[in-house]
Design a protein around this ligand. Sequence first.
Ligand code: GRF
Length: 203
Amino acid sequence: RNIVVLISGSGTNLQAIIDACKEGRINASISAVISNKADAYGLERAQQAAINTVFINPKDYADRESYDLALADAIEQQQADLIVMAGFMRILSPAFVERFKGKMLNIHPSLLPKYQGLNTHQRAIDANDDEHGCSVHFVTAELDGGPVVLQAKVPIFEEDSAEELAARVQAQEHAIYPLVVSWFIEQRLEMKEGRAWLDGQML
Ligand code: GRF
């Protein structure tokens, strides 16, 4: 089975998934890593793992719809069973999301539904929360709003900087994202009726 990973940045989640595929914890191969940034470090990680990379430059497209059509075509070429968004920093058009409904996962650095959007670590600190975390969810047309599959929590300590907290959260991201991907690949996980289901149980 085939996975396509979409990235924009450093690709530490991509690396966790590459490692899990290599070690047989995910029974699939990554057929391509696609980026909207030419200099995303994740592209180098992919090349080091001998994975095909694709850069699709937003400057080459007039609008979001045409960009997303090119993105969708690149994904279709790979015959992907699953699209994994791992730090892909673009909003997807409703038509794109509809086309790959139930086949797209994302990881978000907060305990959703809290802190959708950006700067989640600083926002959790500013709110004086005592815990924070990350969520893997199916992608729907609502940004960071699709059904949650799995979350991991971390404590927030006094004096934490956003960077320290982000590092604590990221360590958990690297644990839970490969696990959720493996469930999907094993066909234990699906989205139906707008909810996530694991082994036939609604989550
Ligand atoms: C992660 O914090 C993830 O939660 C968010 O973007 C970041 C990507 O980091 N969606 P990396 O590129 O996987 O290192």
